[in-house]
Each structure stands twice: as C-alpha cells, then as structure tokens.
Design a protein around this ligand. Structure first.
Ligand code: DGY
Length: 323
C-alpha cells in the first residue's frame, strides 16, 4: 500500500523530518521559503495532509479549492487562528495542533520578556553594542523591581498557569487572572491567585499584564487604546499570545507618551512585519516569535504532528484533533 503523501511547509528539526520520512511520503520545503497561496493550494490538491505553521495563512481563499486530496491539516504549533476552521469543516478536512509540548518554553519566554522590560535589558545591551557605556553609575538605566509585584494574566490556560507558577513561586508575585473558563480550584488555591471579574479590572490592578488568550476574531484588539488607558502608568504589557490581540498603533502611542512604562512583545499582527512606530521606541523589547524556539520543544512539536498523522491515517481519532 502506498504511503500517505504529506507536505511540510517549512523546514523542521532534522530528526523529526527523518522520522516523518520513514513513515510517509514527505514533501520537504528545502529552501524554507514560505509557500504562497498558490503553492498551499497545490499542496491541498496533491497531498493527503498539509502540515502548516503559524506563518502560513490557510484562509478561506486558500481553502477555496475544488476536490482537494488533503483530508487533514496537521498544524505544527498550538495556535490555529491562521487556519479557517469553517472552510476546512465545509471541505470535510480534519485539523490538529500540538498542545502541551510548548507550554514550558513559552512560559519561560514570557518571563524573559517580563524581566527584560522591567530591568531595561534591551536598552543596556544596545548601549554596550553601540559603544555608549561609560561605566557604572548609581543612576544608570534604573529599572523596576519585579519581586512581590502583581501579575495579571489574561487567559488562564496551560501557558498562563506555567507563567503564574514561575512568577509566584520564583518571584513572590501576586497573581490575578481573567478567563471565561473557571480553572482548577486547587491550582488557584496553591497560587493564592485571584480571579478578576473583567479584563478592565485586571488591567487596572496589575503591575505586569501578560496575554495568554487565543487569537482570532473574538480577541482582535482586545487590548486597545481604551483598555491601555486603564493600566497604571508604571505597568508593563507582555504579549506571547498573538499579535492581533493588541492594537499595535494604540500601544505605540501609549508607550511613546509613557502612559504605560513598557512592553515586551514576541508576536505581531502582520509577522514578520514589526511596525516602525514600535521599533523606534526604547521602552519596548521586541523578539521575533521565539516562544517555542528551543530545540527540544521544536522536536516535541514535530513528534506531536507525527502522532496526529499516524492516528489519522490509521483510521483513529488523532490525539490533538481541533475539528
Ligand atoms: C504556536 O505554537 O502557536 C506558536 O505561536 C508557534 O510556536
């Protein structure tokens, strides 16, 4: 029997590409250049499964194909707001993702951004690299104390909970959270965390706000000019979720006018484009979507995709089926 044909849209760690190639007829993207809409459509028409990443817009126009061969979109990543689920459903395609395996790496990166913004690490590094550092002095690059401050988490899923653990037990931070779904009571008790009735309440009471909600229409510009205005002038915004959750133009204004103290961003609305209004500011730390970027995590993500492909083509329900 011939092996199912599987298209990877980007390079993956070599070991998982090899594991995949042993089980499937794998089409690799050897140049690692993002596929355009026509190439994505060709993959849907000629392969049994497409394995996109967050950089591929598998939207309604790409999915407007007649009689696709693909029956599965096995996403390499946990977020799937780049895939139009209504269109895949209409085509009878299943969609899977890779939850769980990137929780720790992404939580670590949220803490990296939190500490970098509070302690002005980006500014310090730029100072040295530009040859501007003229030695230690009592008033140089004074930052904000993190220990004992209040951290507000918008969304309280796996990654937010891992951030809360690190912040509470590592830095003695008081944890606030806001989520539509009630989290496990024991976890809330162990963190001594407090649920906020609204995002507005959380923004007003937090020294650091970290975003952990999914992307998509429901959360687009959740953090807009009005909500930024509710934050303390001394507060920091951290985003490792999705760029579209924040109105980037409004954030740039709030940062430039020092209505909030700073921001740490790993995600952007139109990646890889980062608005110049943000790039020009000193009080924002900008990282290139590194949340899950550790070797171990990227291998684990690939293996998770592999498990989903194997289950699907064996006629079983894939472990991480989204629809
Ligand atoms: C995801 O998995 O959704 C991340 O944003 C990419 O690792």
């Amino acid at each position: 029997m011939s092996k199912p044909r599987v298209v990877l849209t980007r390079r993956w760690p070599a070991e998982v590409e090899a594991e995949l190639a042993a089980r499937f007829e794998v089409v690799l993207n050897l140049t690692d250049t993002p596929l355009d809409a026509a190439q994505l459509q060709r993959a849907l028409l000629t392969a049994d499964a497409l394995c996109p990443t967050v950089t591929d817009r598998v939207d309604a126009s790409v999915l407007a194909v007649t009689a696709p061969r693909a029956r599965l979109i096995a996403n390499y990543g946990v977020g799937f707001n780049h895939i139009d689920l209504n269109a895949t459903k209409a085509l009878g395609m299943a969609v899977t993702n890779t939850p769980g395996v990137l929780t720790d790496a992404t939580a670590d990166l949220a803490l990296t951004l939190l500490l970098m913004t509070a302690r002005r690490a980006g500014e310090g590094e730029r100072e040295i690299r530009a040859g501007r550092w003229d030695g230690w002095r009592p008033t140089q690059l004074l930052g904000t104390e993190v220990t004992g401050k209040t951290l507000g988490l918008v969304g309280f899923g796996r990654i937010a909970q891992a951030v809360a653990q690190r912040a509470h037990f590592g830095f003695g931070m008081k944890i606030l959270f806001q989520t539509p779904r009630p989290p496990p009571g024991e976890l809330v008790a162990s963190l001594n965390a407090t649920a906020c009735a609204s995002v507005e309440q959380l923004l007003a009471e937090s020294d650091f706000v970290s975003l952990h909600c999914p992307g998509g229409a429901a959360t687009r510009h959740l953090i807009n000019a009005e909500r930024l205005a509710l934050m303390k002038p001394s507060a920091f915004l951290i985003n490792t979720a999705r760029g579209e959750v924040v109105d980037e133009a409004a954030l740039a204004v709030a940062l430039a006018e020092r209505r909030i103290a700073g921001a740490g961003l790993d995600v952007y609305a139109a990646e890889p484009e980062v608005p110049a209004a943000l790039r020009d500011l000193e009080n924002v730390v900008l990282l290139p979507h590194l949340g899950s970027a550790t070797t171990a995590t990227r291998i684990a993500m690939g293996r998770r995709v592999l498990a989903n492909l194997e289950a699907f083509f064996a006629g079983e329900t894939p472990p991480d089926r989204v629809i």
